[in-house]
Design a protein around this ligand. Sequence first.
Ligand code: SF4
Ligand code: SF4
Ligand code: FES
Length: 250
Amino acid sequence: MTVPVDHAVGQGVTEALRVRVRRGDAVAEYVVPRRANQTVLDVVTEIQRDQDPTLAYRFACRVGMCGSCGMTVNGRPRWTCRTRVAAVAPDGMLSLEPLRNLPVVKDLAVDMEPFFEKWRRAHGYFEPGENPPDDFATVEPDSPARQEVDAGIECINCGVCYAACDVVTWNPDYLGPAALNRAWTLVNDVRDQDRDGRLAAVAGDAGCHSCHSHMSCTEHCPKGLSPTFSIAGLKRETGKAALRRFWRRG
Ligand code: SF4
Ligand code: SF4
Ligand code: FES
């Protein structure tokens, strides 16, 4: 659907934004007024509310916490609630597509199930063991292990890194940057009781050693995390674990 510019531009608004939205096999075009401090998510919401209520997309918090608003914006995966139109569409042209590497549910909404299934495969959940202590376990904030994962624990599961990773595209079985980053935070958690199991889970063909270290995930992560760094740590630790097994056998 295309709305004439004169119609779309309201009082006090002098410019229009031309928006192309991938909707299955088709591309729909809209014209939306440009507004001060407008985010990409604001634009999608305005289209859905004022022009086409059938447009499907996903968001929840609008403040960069829930990780649900990821889309491909002018060719790059981004969180849309914290992406200002002025920063990504200076020429007034906006192209929106669903995140890459995930099945599309409808329009801009993708199915995150394969993404979270890989968290499970990477043992991306805390394992307290059979007899967890009654009291709170202590993690020393200055310990090397805690420092190692300092940035990694801020992940909001947005899937932006997953969409940016070419290895996921080539090998859909590859665990991907977010699940491996999560595994790295747990490998360094002194309270966790599944270190060996987790290292074994990420060492296989579709695990950390498939990473090509080209850093696309790190470049695109909106939280400034470095899954590449985490994966390098996993490569190191899985290598040490293999050596330990070798010497035990010998
Ligand atoms: S560094 Fe590894 S995980 Fe990150 S985008 Fe490249 S191949 Fe994917
Ligand atoms: S590592 Fe960054 S880009 Fe990847 S899911 Fe977490 S917050 Fe999103
Ligand atoms: S809507 Fe929650 S992170 Fe964007």
